[in-house]
Write a protein of this length. Structure first.
Length: 239
């Protein structure tokens, strides 16, 4: 994927947030000429807008740091793992275009509301791929594929197995761990033992077995990440 993806729900996006995102990114491009500095500023803008929209800054930290642990344990390159960690902070940017009434709803979503929410994957892809940086390119792919299942039962396209980008397969696990550990509207946080069992039981169904395996190997340090910032842990923390 390397161009904008359109879908049938593009007419129900939160236009105020879309316009704000476009205006703020354009302003950054006007003010910042250094490409590296601009990339960093765009990432922080995305994080700030996600937090303003209702995503916990702590959850963003947890998911990004767990993603790096999993990636490094899989033996992926150090530079890639560092970029993935940043991409895992912003892949959910498509949720900005889901109206707050649905995104922050306490009760269960209706069938039609869930159909709208599922489009955050493609909306996020479109917002991120338009930025033309390595981090945002990886985040765009994660956005599009992090709800795909290893057995092909996910959305939006029913992609399966190794056809799902490795970044998305990693973040899928990290996202689930962090989200289940956090309280959400209409649902209490799970205890960690239950989360570990859930990830293990969904291996080969929802999650990549290889990613699931390194999650189990690193479950103790991942629990530390859920409870505190990984910067407090020594550098060689992964298995």
């Amino acid at each position: 994927m390397n161009k904008k993806i359109m879908n049938e729900y593009d007419d129900v996006i939160c236009k105020a947030n879309l316009n704000a995102f476009k205006q703020k990114t354009q302003q950054l491009r006007y003010l910042i000429s250094d490409e590296n500095e601009l990339e960093r500023a765009l990432i922080e803008l995305c994080v700030d807008m996600l937090v303003e929209h209702g995503k916990s800054r702590e959850l963003i930290r947890q998911i990004s740091q767990i993603s790096r642990i999993l990636a490094e344990s899989l033996g992926l390159g150090k530079s890639y793992c560092s970029t993935l960690e940043q991409a895992a902070r912003i892949y959910d940017i498509g949720n900005l275009l889901v109206c707050s009434e649905i995104y922050l709803k306490d009760d269960a979503l209706t069938f039609e509301e869930f159909k709208i929410v599922k489009n955050h994957t493609l909306w996020g892809y479109n917002l991120l791929i338009a930025q033309h940086f390595l981090t945002t390119d990886i985040a765009a792919v994660i956005s599009a594929e992090h709800h795909e299942w290893f057995n092909g039962g996910g959305y939006p396209r029913g992609t399966k197995g190794d056809q799902i980008d490795i970044a998305a397969r990693i973040v899928s696990v990290a996202d689930s761990v962090g989200t289940l550990f956090s309280e959400r509207p209409g649902r209490v946080a799970w205890d960690y033992e239950r989360i570990v069992s859930h990830i293990t039981n969904r291996s080969g169904i929802e999650f990549d077995p290889g990613v699931t395996e390194v999650f189990k190997i690193n479950q103790e340090v991942i629990y530390q990440v859920l409870c505190s910032d990984i910067s407090a842990i020594e550098e060689q923390w992964y298995a």
